[in-house]
Design a protein around this ligand. Structure first.
Ligand code: ARG
Length: 271
């Protein structure tokens, strides 16, 4: 793997050495491909988030994002926490700026439930719930329960890199990405030697033109859209991709509606 996605997490992660190793192993087992960079250099697009715009977003010490889905429970990607003892996990919340010591707060993780079927990102089930050591006084983000909202335009939010060769960001960013039909990603990723699983994953982004995408360090963060009442709802979790914003290779997200039952059970055990 010529470019280890997790290398750039150092500045904004803590206790990362074991995590880097674990993440590297995971990413390698996920087959994160080595390939010469051939991406549009002017993207991954997006804008700076305003303070309070996405109040339920959190940063996990492994260099991932997550969302507060109950006052004491954070949803993230399984590959952000699998094989990592909960004692080694901390969660930063309440800020868009990870270096702003006045607004940033930190809390510990007391329990974790990783999707029972999770093995590697390309097989799906890339979700985990973390129980915090106390309830946070912040709005929560509702998790999608049924596939009706798995369509249209989404927004992805995170502190990830703004391009493959850029570092992760100190300030939170967001970008709009439309749904890409499953069949497009089945064939795009098959051509790269990966099996995209339409029943477990959502593809979102751009195939050509104005490329925008999630990137390294956005993992575990939310893919959201407005529901019919205008409220944000979480549709997916940033899971994997090949590079960032490469033509023909949209980002891949955990399709949360597929896991509604297991997620609900796990949430009840942690809240
Ligand atoms: N696994 C990556 C991370 O560590 C996220 C990959 C998302 N990639 C993409 N091109 N959408 O943050």
């Amino acid at each position: 793997m010529s470019k280890n996605p997790e290398n750039s997490t150092r500045r904004y992660g803590r206790r990362l050495v074991p995590v880097l190793i674990a993440a590297t192993v995971l990413l390698m087992s996920a087959g994160a491909p080595a390939r010469a960079t051939r991406h549009d250099p002017e993207v991954v697009g997006g804008d700076l988030a305003a303070s309070g715009q996405f109040p339920w977003i959190v940063r996990i010490s492994t260099g991932c994002a997550g969302t507060l889905v109950a006052p004491r429970v954070v949803l993230t990607a399984a590959h952000c926490t699998a094989n990592i003892p909960v004692a080694g996990l901390a969660v930063t919340y309440g800020t868009v700026d990870l270096d702003d010591t006045r607004s940033a707060r930190e809390t510990r993780v007391t329990r974790a439930i990783v999707a029972p079927a999770f093995t590697q990102v390309v097989d799906g089930s890339d979700w985990a719930l973390l129980q915090l050591d106390r309830k946070l006084d912040l709005p929560v983000l509702p998790v999608n329960q049924a596939p009706g909202y798995d369509t249209g335009r989404f927004t992805v939010v995170g502190w990830g890199a703004t391009a493959e060769n850029e570092p992760q960001q100190r300030k939170l960013r967001f970008v709009d990405v439309p749904l890409v039909p499953d069949h497009t990603c089945v064939s795009a990723y098959r051509a790269e030697g990966y099996t995209y699983r339409p029943d477990r994953m959502l593809c979102a982004g751009y195939v050509s033109g104005d490329l925008r995408d999630a990137c390294y360090g956005d993992s575990g963060g939310p893919l959201i859209r407005r529901d019919t009442y205008g409220a944000w709802r979480q549709i997916g979790v940033v899971s994997w991709g090949i590079g960032c914003a490469r033509p023909g290779l949209p980002g891949v997200y955990t399709q949360l509606s597929t896991y509604a039952h297991d997620l609900g059970d796990a949430l009840d055990r942690l809240r």
